[in-house]
Ligand binder design. Structure first.
Ligand code: NAD
Length: 482
């Protein structure tokens, strides 16, 4: 029997405050529906308080006067605090959204600290002020904080995505209000505990769990200058429209339908376990999942057989069990969505593995790891983000067609190329129009370098210096003529 986490305060402007209303969010395990946590649901009044505190932090005092180096130290303290509690954080995320323990420790709990350390490095070196020549004489080009920022976070990798936004904002000197999703808000409270211990100046960070209504309120809030949104393309479109209307700065990290391209010289025994992991890790609920596998016609059956054999070995079950590869989907709604795509796939392609619900796991939102072959790149299961453990295999004739198919997608977030010839792999990867493309690696998000999407996968980049730049405005001070 695990203890239910109960929180009664909200982290507003760096302090634990009583919430403005008594609304609560209940978090239940997607494995067996047991109660995991209850936390306050933030409301517009809490958002107003967070925005006011953030504005005050920008107006003067320690935060407004801080240097990149000082902020780097603060980011490193937050990173160290998270590392110290990584096992606890991993367990909590496994409980609240079903990420298998095997994935959680690194993918959910250690990786946020890696991201934060990357931002600390950037903050130390970032050119916040540069002297440049001008027409009449020298100018100072300054990168100043963008203002009050809001980070809207989905449930799939909640603390990792929070830290992609938090680390960049802190590095740039911009206060941030994070809005975790109602499906996975409990881990955000652990992050808030760590932030409180790290000794943030007042006003700099608020964490307000709530649903789409609170998200919309924050995006449209007149005191908010920048929004960084991660989630579905549908919601991202409305966030982007509001930001356009109100002329707010905006970064959108949306869905994906990334291609894993197996070249005809690939060593399948080495490739298949990594590529399957890159497709179904976190139960397939990853925006950069390699869910569209492109296989050469000359080795098509061999590829399908190898993928099928590997998928059949995956252990499905309680995500807390260290042997589990695939846990439950986050919610009944998400399982309905995934099952809808599987039904569609049964009509448009050849079902090779899975397609149903695993036996003996009726208490949770499980679907079997599923493989479709003979998939047409024009079909729904090849074009839309399924966000579940469902892989599709598409046939191609030569490298040119592989590149054309990889690029024939409304999305453009990630991708991978698998080959025995690294130079050929880099040449193919360099023709794929996505924000990230790896060669012979299933690490689908590079946490120290720009991450984001072409086309409908989003606008702008997170991480690296580009990620910090997105939380700044640029000012040119023209120095007086000599
Ligand atoms: P979603 O886009 O609806 O929600 C993501 C976050 O945005 C949550 O915090 C939510 O409360 C907030 N939100 C939703 N609508 C908003 C709006 N109009 N304004 C401001 N904030 C808003 O995603 P979902 O419903 O949780 O999942 C649906 C699908 O989205 C999934 O099946 C998957 O395909 C995709 N998804 C993608 C990612 C990703 O990382 N790219 C993450 C989660 C979900």
């Amino acid at each position: 029997m695990t203890t239910v986490i109960e929180r009664d305060r909200l982290f507003v402007g760096g302090a634990w405050r009583r919430p403005a209303s008594d609304g609560r969010i209940e978090v239940r395990s997607p494995h067996d529906r047991r109660l995991v946590a209850t936390v306050p649901a933030a409301t517009p009044a809490d958002a107003d308080a967070a925005v006011a505190a953030a504005k005050e932090a920008l107006a003067g005092g320690d935060w407004a006067a801080s240097t990149g180096k000082e902020r780097a130290e603060l980011i490193r303290r937050v990173s160290a605090g998270l590392q110290a509690r990584a096992a606890e954080l991993a367990g909590l995320i496994t409980d609240e959204m079903g990420s298998p323990a095997k994935f959680s420790l690194f993918g959910q709990a250690v990786s946020p600290a890696i991201v934060l350390d990357g931002f600390a490095d950037v903050a130390e070196r970032f050119p916040f002020e540069q002297e440049r020549p001008g027409v009449l004489g020298p100018c100072l080009v300054q990168k100043v904080p963008v203002g009050v920022s809001v980070g809207i976070v989905p449930w799939n990798v909640p603390v990792f995505i929070s830290c992609m936004k938090l680390g960049a904002a802190l590095a740039a000197g911009a206060p941030i209000i994070l809005k975790p999703a109602p499906e996975a808000p409990a881990s955000a409270f652990l992050l808030a505990d760590v932030l409180a211990e790290a000794g943030l100046p007042p006003g700099v960070v608020s964490i307000l769990p709530g649903g789409a209504d609170l998200g919309r309120y924050l995006v449209a809030h007149p005191g908010v200058d920048k929004v960084s949104f991660t989630g579905s393309t549908a919601a991202g479109r409305t966030v982007g429209a509001t930001c356009g209307e109100l002329m707010k700065r905006c970064t959108l990290e949306l869905g994906g339908k990334s291609a894993g391209v197996i070249l005809d010289d690939a060593d399948l025994a080495a490739v298949v376990p990594q590529l399957v992991d890159a497709g179904v890790q976190n139960n397939g609920q990853v925006c950069a999942a390699q869910s569209r596998i492109l296989a050469p016609a000359s080795r098509y059956d061999e590829v399908v057989d190898a993928l099928a054999d590997h998928l059949r070995t995956l252990a499905v079950g309680d995500p807390r069990d260290p042997g589990t590869d695939i846990g439950p989907l986050v919610s009944a709604r998400q399982r309905d969505r995934v099952e809808g795509y599987i039904a569609d796939g049964r009509d448009s392609a050849r079902l090779v593995v899975g397609g149903g619900r695993p036996a003996g796991l009726d208490g949770g939102f499980y679907v079997e790891p599923t493989l479709f072959a003979d998939v047409d790149n024009a079909s729904r299961i090849a074009r839309e983000e399924i966000f579940g453990p469902v892989l599709t295999v598409i046939r191609y004739r030569d490298d040119d067609e592989a590149v054309a198919l990889a690029n024939d997608s409304d999305y453009g977030l990630s991708g991978s190329v698998w080959t025995s010839d690294p130079a050929r792999g880099v040449a193919v990867a360099s023709r794929i129009r996505t924000g990230t493309c790896t060669v012979n690696s299933g690490v689908i998000v590079e946490p120290r370098n720009p991450f984001g999407g072409f086309r409908q996968s989003g606008v702008g980049r997170e991480m690296g210096p580009e990620g910090v730049e997105a939380y700044t405005e640029t000012r040119t001070v023209v120095l007086p003529p000599a």
